[in-house]
Design a protein around this ligand. Structure first.
Ligand SMILES: NC(=O)c1ccc[n+]([C@@H]2O[C@H](COP(=O)([O-])OP(=O)(O)OC[C@H]3O[C@@H](n4cnc5c(N)ncnc54)[C@H](OP(=O)(O)O)[C@@H]3O)[C@@H](O)[C@H]2O)c1
Length: 272
């Protein structure tokens, strides 16, 4: 009979990249509640300290590691710091991601490509590699990559971000296939619209009131009727980090309030 304790992360060590705010912070707190010791990493220490304080407030143990994950030397240093503190890595959540500017395919510049691809794809790939080398020696581990529904269909003005997220989906599958024999499971979560600083940047040119209205309008076109909350991602992240998902690898959970189905639902002649 299935044992519910398989969802527990007791005794596990997790790294959550981009754990200082938004989706990463929600996952880091969720992991701490589920029993894991959690290393949170991003560029801004003050924000990370805030997450760590909240983890400690619920009785958890946290490590703050400052790292720019678009830079190869900082990736390895981050992994080394986690090993120095906790001595193992059971779970890696590659959540850090950015989409720093909007630009059409006619206007996007090389610098934007390099910034986005270096973090969202190259950083994620080599963070996974560094953690997987340790997991292999340990006899197993879990890697969870945060992609996006934009990796399923292109979003206007953020083509490079969409390319990067399609890449994340393939990196997950490539790692899953090669690492399966080592008991390392690699899975993907593809969020839809989630209320975070990244999401709010879509409306940065609007006044606060205009932004509030635009956000409400966005919620209405999502079949489930609202924009997602970072906590909406946590259950899936715990599942993929836990023994409950030991037979799941190379797979993906799209958590988007049915946005990807919206064009189908709205198409003429489609019975709903
Ligand atoms: N929000 C959405 O609607 C949505 C939808 C689909 C997918 N996603 C994905 O979900 C993930 C989290 O997004 P979010 O919405 O929570 O974004 P967010 O609030 O902007 O958080 C991004 C996190 O990544 C960190 N980060 C950014 N650049 C970094 C770098 N170069 N090195 C290390 N850390 C860096 C940030 O901290 P610092 O700035 O301190 O470095 C922050 O902790 C991203 O991969 C995003 O693409 C989000």
């Amino acid at each position: 009979m299935f044992d519910l304790s398989k969802f527990s992360l007791q005794g596990k060590v997790a790294i959550v990249t981009g754990g200082s705010r938004g989706i990463g912070k929600a996952i880091a707190l969720g992991y701490a509640k589920a029993g894991a010791r959690v290393a949170v990493t991003s560029r801004k220490v003050a924000d990370l300290e805030q997450t760590a304080a909240e983890i400690k407030a619920i009785g958890g143990e946290a490590l703050v590691v400052q790292a720019h994950l678009g830079k190869m030397d900082e990736i390895q240093k981050m992994i080394d710091q986690v090993m120095a503190k906790f001595g193992r890595i059971d779970i890696l959540v590659n959540n850090a991601g950015a989409s720093p500017a909007m630009a059409s395919v006619l206007d996007a510049e090389e610098r934007l490509w390099d910034t986005i691809i270096n973090l969202n794809m190259k950083g994620l790939y080599f963070t996974s590699q560094a953690a997987a080398r340790i997991m292999k020696k340990q006899g197993g581990g879990k890697i969870i990559n945060i992609a996006s529904i934009d990796g399923h269909h292109p979003e206007r003005q953020v083509s490079i971000y969409s390319v990067s997220k399609a890449g994340v989906r393939m990196i997950s599958k490539a790692f899953a296939a090669e690492l399966a024999p080592f008991n390392i499971q690699v899975n993907t979560i593809a969020p839809g619209a989630v209320s975070t600083k990244m999401m709010d940047s879509h409306w940065h040119e609007l006044s606060a009131e205009e932004a509030r209205k635009a956000k409400a309008e966005t919620g209405k076109v999502i079949p489930i009727g609202r924009i997602g909350d970072p906590d909406d991602m946590v259950g899936a992240a715990i599942y993929f980090a836990s023994a409950a998902s030991d037979y799941a690898t190379g797979t993906e959970l799209v958590i988007d309030g049915a946005v990807l189905l919206a064009p189908l639902l709205n198409a003429p002649g489609v019975p709903i």
